[in-house]
Design a protein around this ligand. Structure first.
Ligand code: COA
Length: 486
């Protein structure tokens, strides 16, 4: 059902606007004003985005078919025994169209580096940071959007942002001390009842329409996540005093507003944060888990929840909370707000001697300072150069790499994205570090769900790599069995 109306105001959570709601059954429907023709144009514009994605996707699917017909047997690498025991590092086994990671340069989204995105993507009025809406368009369509196209995404996400009450009730059923990521994943699972893909699949949808239903679910889910995440934040840390959405704001700006942060530069931080955390090619745990579960034709809600369970791990997304926790403990132990580099150095050595990792440092693929770290450092220099916590992050940056390097076993001693984000958030008063991974998760939805749309339009099959037992490996090595591929 398509409703051509936008909310004049949203007095409570029951009164939000959504394509899938039967408004006739909603007493609050009278509060909606008819769409102005400019808003109508935006919605039509959005249909054009879907259409553009369809054209691009179908063209690439045809191209890939041809490419495989001609080159399908071409060898692109070999696999060493050690790699199958070591997290499949360096084995190319996945396709992800949205972004590509270079070990030296860092991430590029559709060929654009983070500094290029900061320059070229549309901005909010009066802002300098890229709008995540623009990045989503870029990942999906493969072209930089115009300001108007990014605004289309904003308006459609506003229109689809309704979260049914039972989702909030489901969150409320959890103890308030449940980790915010647990509450987040439970809320996503509660939202799954809204899946268009699941409904259409049960009704016998044709294969050629899978992408269409995945697209719609992805748009709905992305639109709803800030509301859900902000609800969890206010429930857990602000006595359940919730803040209604502001329909005039962009996706990230509105997210900041619903969490209770009105500072314009915090909204800018959210735009930057949501952009740089969105995607990191296909093999990281959250992207890979989403893709893997999606390959079973589990709908986008189920697939995204799987990705988020992976993001909640301390070696992946939870590292951002670990970093700030580690710095707080360091400051507490040394009883200083601004530890010296010598003090930091001693503390790092102590952490290592306890058999722990230095959080925020190292990466499975990157071999240089993460450009996402650098982008946040630039933001810090611009907005809060004198903040002692931010300065501590910079002092750690000068201290840790040589120490890690001296151990001789760490492939990348440089900081990753998580080494910086927490200090910026604390500057604005967001000290509740257990929540940081939820911010990461809201952003990561953009990349993994754009990726899922691509998976389905390309018709990628069920993922099912081969595994072996050590018993078989020993037989191989003893010549008692043949190694596959030999
Ligand atoms: C990200 C990470 C999981 C990558 O792991 P990886 O690909 O196995 O990294 P490496 O190949 O360089 O690891 C080699 C060794 O160095 C260790 N190592 C890597 N990063 C380390 C760090 N920051 N502090 C201490 N030791 C580290 C590994 O634990 C491993 O030790 P082991 O051989 O005794 O098991 C790892 O660097 C890490 O744990 N970092 C800290 C957590 C973090 O910041 N995660 C966020 C990632 S975006």
């Amino acid at each position: 059902m398509v409703n051509l109306g936008l909310p004049a105001s949203i007095p409570n959570r029951k009164l939000q606007f959504h394509d899938n709601i039967d408004f006739a059954a909603q007493p609050s429907f009278n509060n909606f004003t008819p769409l102005k023709s400019s808003s109508l144009k935006k919605i039509i514009g959005m249909e054009i985005m879907k259409e553009r994605f369809k054209v691009k996707g179908e063209a690439l699917a045809t191209e890939i078919k041809e490419l495989l017909k001609e080159h399908g047997n071409k060898k692109i690498g070999e696999v060493h025994l050690s790699q199958i025991y070591q997290g499949m590092r360096g084995i190319t086994g996945l396709v992800a169209e949205t972004s590509l990671l270079d070990a030296q340069e860092g991430i590029r989204f559709r060929g654009y580096s983070i500094p290029e995105l900061q320059q070229k993507l549309p901005k909010a009025e009066g802002g300098n940071e890229p709008l995540p809406e623009g990045l989503f368009y870029l990942m999906l369509v493969g072209e930089l959007p115009t300001d108007e196209q990014a605004q289309h995404v904003t308006s459609v996400w506003q229109r689809r942002s309704h979260v049914p009450n039972y989702v909030f009730d489901t969150i409320e059923a959890l103890p308030v001390n449940a980790h915010p990521m647990t509450q987040f994943v439970v809320a996503v699972m509660a939202l799954q009842t809204q899946s268009q893909f699941a409904k259409r699949y049960a009704a016998g949808m044709s294969k050629k329409d899978y992408w269409d239903a995945v697209f719609d679910d992805s748009m709905d889910l992305i639109a709803r996540l800030p509301r859900v995440a902000a609800y969890i934040y206010r429930r857990k840390y602000k006595n359940g005093e919730h803040i209604q959405p502001n329909g005039l704001l962009d996706w990230a700006g509105n997210f900041a507003h619903m969490m209770g942060y009105e500072d314009e530069s915090f909204k800018e931080l959210m735009r930057l944060y949501m952009t740089i955390h969105a995607d990191h090619e296909g093999g990281n745990v959250s992207a890979h888990a989403t893709h893997l579960v999606g390959s079973a034709l589990s709908d986008p809600y189920l697939s995204f929840a799987a990705g988020m369970n992976g993001l909640a791990g301390p070696l992946h997304g939870l590292a951002n909370q670990e970093v700030i926790k580690w710095i707080f403990e360091l400051r507490e132990e040394l009883e200083t707000e601004l530890p010296t580099k010598d003090q930091i150095s001693e503390y790092v050595k102590k952490t290592l001697s306890q058999g722990k990792v230095v959080p925020g440092y190292g990466h499975a693929v990157l071999r240089k300072t993460d450009p996402r770290f650098t982008a946040q450092m630039e933001f810090g220099k611009k907005h809060m150069p004198d903040d002692p916590l931010v300065q501590t992050v910079w002092n750690i940056y000068e201290t840790v790499p040589p120490i890690l390097q001296s151990l001789g076993k760490i492939k990348n001693p440089w900081p990753n994205v998580d080494a910086h984000s927490g200090a910026l958030l604390v500057h604005y008063g967001m000290v509740e570090y257990e929540f940081y991974t939820v911010l990461f998760g809201v952003s990561r939805a953009l990349g993994v769900l754009a990726g899922l749309c691509w998976d389905r339009i390309l018709g990628l099959p069920l993922e099912r790599p081969k595994s072996v037992s050590t018993r078989l490996v020993k037989k191989w090595l003893n010549g008692e069995d043949e190694i596959w591929g030999d």
